[in-house]
Design a protein around this ligand. Sequence first.
Ligand SMILES: *[C@@H]1O[C@H](CO)[C@@H](O)[C@H](O)[C@H]1NC(C)=O
Ligand SMILES: *[C@@H]1O[C@H](CO)[C@@H](O)[C@H](O)[C@H]1NC(C)=O
Length: 408
Amino acid sequence: MRTFSMWVVAVFALWTAAAEQKIERISGSAGDVLDDDPVGRLKVYIYELPSKYNKKLLQKDPRCLTHMFAAEIFMHRFLLSSPVRTLNPEEADWFYTPIYPTCDLTPTGLPLPFKSPRMMRSSIQLISSNWPYWNRTEGADHFFVVPHDFGACFHYQEEKAVERGILPLLQRATLVQTFGQRNHVCLNEGSITIPPYAPPQKMQAHHIPQDTPRSIFVYFRGLFYDVNNDPEGGYYARGARAAVWENFKNNHLFDISTDHPITYYEDMQRAIFCLCPLGWAPWSPRLVEAVVFGCIPVIIADDIVLPFADAIPWEEIGVFVAEKDVPKLDTILTSIPTEVILRKQRLLANPSMKRAMLFPQPAQPGDAFHQILNGLARKLPHDKTTYLKQGEKVLNWTSGPVGDLKPW
Ligand SMILES: *[C@@H]1O[C@H](CO)[C@@H](O)[C@H](O)[C@H]1NC(C)=O
Ligand SMILES: *[C@@H]1O[C@H](CO)[C@@H](O)[C@H](O)[C@H]1NC(C)=O
């Protein structure tokens, strides 16, 4: 094991190299599609819904605009003025239902997903009776933005989310969601995994000069235990965060704590590695923050499906550590050759990587909105199974928990 002072030397070498940092692109691979322009490749029809499904909810609680699920609102606003929007549903490739199922917050700002299934059902009832398009496909050419913890499973506890499964009425739709984990009932094949919403202006305001030394080796701020919801321990983060704390709380290379300092964003820009362990769900805003601030994300979340994984070369920019290997984290990270670290930093410096992680207002070419559209465009043309035969029904309107069938 190397000593701390040796690491100071190595870190110094890293930041001097970083000062003359160049941007590296991976050409001929997935990274390039980030620059695709979706305009002209798809047309989206936006259903007109009563404002109780969207704007009224937001009026009641403007905090919905700043929490990490806000993509459901900003995507709506973006589409309204996007050139891919069509007012003629007959020429649409995709149908979008503007509904904010996550905009129901507790006094402390936590979203409650309990009404979401009824609200979703109610909106689908409405579009399927007022327009002919839902019945043609039972949603297979419709997309929904469901950024909650476990997407359209609509529960924040994994066990309950798994028990519920994806809302039956959304089984054929394309779900645009933050949740992503391979072989999980809450992730349908063909879904589009997106980054969680992180406030772009606020992050921008905390940028420090690019040549600032990265003098912190490993950085993490956040919970290690969730004693309120997981009093016995081991369930929260499947024990991975607890293992980080127990193994490395006294290790000089690890700047880790539960305190959330006002210099949080600046600190990430002074760090080489930023830990992105799972919490209750595999994803967290740290993924976005790490990429935006050029800190190599250390992803500790087995089987996670990362945002826009078909466009962002996560394997190249990040480091993946299996949950069971957390006790070896120090050895794993200190064994990464300097050239490899520098290459990851150069890739992270590519502005198209950062843009793809953010939902800015106004929108910018290549941002997360555009990547969602690119993802939808790549699914075109729809295949034969999209359209049902005359009178054919696949979905069961009365399946799922009885509580979900109550009116909204
Ligand atoms: C779609 O099908 C449902 C029955 O499943 C029916 O009630 C509704 O009227 C149909 N919508 C249209 C626009 O025909
Ligand atoms: C639809 O689901 C309900 C509740 O699970 C079930 O009782 C009913 O038989 C199902 N209908 C069809 C046509 O499968």
